[in-house]
Design a protein around this ligand. Structure first.
Ligand code: AMP
Ligand code: GLY
Length: 424
């Protein structure tokens, strides 16, 4: 079966690595891909948000399944585009349709869904510029810290957590009246602050059935000790040591089952990954957010722990046969450490030569922001490489990742040396 992956990061490189291991994978294409995905398939210079180009690639290369990596094409309706096109409607797309993608694309939509289906989450109210005064009053009624969320997609920057009431009011005014995050903040969700430790669950659903994938914890801040600016993620660990069986069964009963059943009750078809951002408060799970895709860098630790054939797993998803799929997961821990460009997540340089990749032993280097220039691998983004390792526990796996990072070099490279610091 010929397969097309949309996207270009570490997540998509990991999908390509895993798909290429399957005897059922024919020609594999990645659009646009990176220097790492070239090891597993053919890169196509296509923008995943340009659906006509995607269509041409699917027809030119006789693609029989499309896996959507990032949220943008889903929120823009790539799956709907396939269903509405007579040439494409028989080609399965792994990733939800536009309506369901609002679970990630609109915080208010997600909160309403959770309330409707009694899924535990922070209390909230949403406001527009028309009821800004009520927003101030709601803030007056809360205790600090104050959590303000732009309703729409804001490239991971739309959530503000503020200790000072006046500052929270000022930010609310800037978001609503001055469109601080553009149209994304024309509506703002204000919610109760939850104090706990975060982790993520990953579910694959075919609209009827689901399988639970390995869980993971990522490290979002740029600085050691979890300080500084938010990034897409500086490293991840799977499984999460503090998520014991009792807690995970609460997650399944109170969050996963009501989510999948809720989609059914609301008549929302959903074929694809659900990434559930959770916070554990007094041993109880609360949902912080849904994403309608896999996480990055979580994918780089979740997928390597799956023993089952990935083409078979995704085909069972497309065929609505997940009920009879026996997912096999490795008993080992995995960790990944992101190597990023100096300056990221703010301004950084590109085009640095990456040296030493051939010296890596017993780790897998998933490429994120890289490209091939002749025969030289160069940096082409902020997040450059994810160095993933296996171990009997996460500490052993981490040691392996850090040993291999020592062998890799590019100018101004940066990485966090304390992934997992809070779990020891
Ligand atoms: P989100 O984009 O909704 O995942 O929010 C980004 C980050 O803000 C989360 O990963 C949490 O660290 C934090 N956060 C969001 N909502 C809350 C909340 N209600 N209480 C505490 N922290 C939160
Ligand atoms: N690592 C967080 C995300 O993929 O959204």
């Amino acid at each position: 079966m010929n397969i097309l992956i949309l996207g270009s990061g570490g997540r998509e490189c990991t999908f390509a690595w895993k798909l290429a291991q399957s005897a059922k994978c024919g020609a594999l294409f990645i659009a646009p891909g990176n220097a790492g995905t070239l090891e597993y398939g053919t890169n196509l210079a296509i923008n995943p948000n340009d659906f006509e180009q995607v269509k041409k690639a699917v027809l030119d290369h006789n693609i029989k399944m499309v896996i959507v990596g990032p949220e943008d094409p889903l929120v823009l309706g790539v799956h709907d585009f396939f269903l509405n096109d007579s040439d494409l409607k028989g080609v399965p797309v792994i990733g939800p349709q536009k309506y369901a993608a609002q679970l990630e694309g609109s915080k208010e939509f997600a909160k309403e869904f959770m309330y409707r289906h009694n899924i535990p989450t922070a209390q909230y109210k949403s406001f527009t510029v028309a009821n800004l005064e009520e927003g101030y009053e709601f803030l007056d009624s809360l205790k600090p810290p104050y959590v303000l969320k732009a309703d729409g997609l804001a490239a991971g920057k739309g959530v503000l957590i503020l200790n000072d009431l006046n500052e929270a009011k000022k930010e609310l005014e800037e978001m609503l009246a001055q469109q601080k995050f553009g149209a994304a903040s024309s509506k703002v969700v204000i919610e109760e602050f939850l104090d706990g430790i975060e982790m993520s669950s990953f579910v694959l659903t075919d609209s009827e059935n689901y399988v639970i994938l390995p869980n993971a914890k990522d490290y979002k801040r740029i600085g050691e000790g979890d300080v500084g600016l938010n990034t897409g993620g500086m490293g991840a660990i799977s499984p999460v040591p503090f998520a014991d069986e009792e807690f995970l069964s609460k997650v399944e009963e109170r969050v996963i089952v009501p989510t999948v059943e809720g989609l059914k009750k609301d008549n929302i078809p959903y074929v694809g990954f659900i990434f559930i951002g959770l916070i554990k408060v007094n041993n109880e799970p609360f949902v912080i957010e849904y994403n309608v895709r896999m996480g990055d860098p979580e994918t780089e630790v979740v997928i390597p722990r799956i023993e089952s054939d990935f083409v078979e797993l995704l085909s069972a998803t497309a065929d609505k046969k997940l009920d009879s799929f026996n997912l096999k997961v490795m008993d080992k821990s995995t960790t990944t450490v992101m190597m990023v460009s100096g300056g990221y997540p703010e301004a950084y340089d590109k085009g640095m030569e990456i040296k030493g990749l051939e010296n890596v032993n017993d780790s897998i280097v998933f490429h994120a922001g890289t490209k091939l220039d002749g025969t030289t691998v160069k940096t082409s983004g902020g997040r450059v490489l994810a160095v993933t390792s296996y171990g009997d526990d996460f500490e052993k796996a981490l040691k392996q990742s850090y040993q291999n990072i020592e062998k890799i070099h590019f100018d101004k490279m940066n990485f966090r040396k304390d992934i997992g610091f809070d779990l020891k």
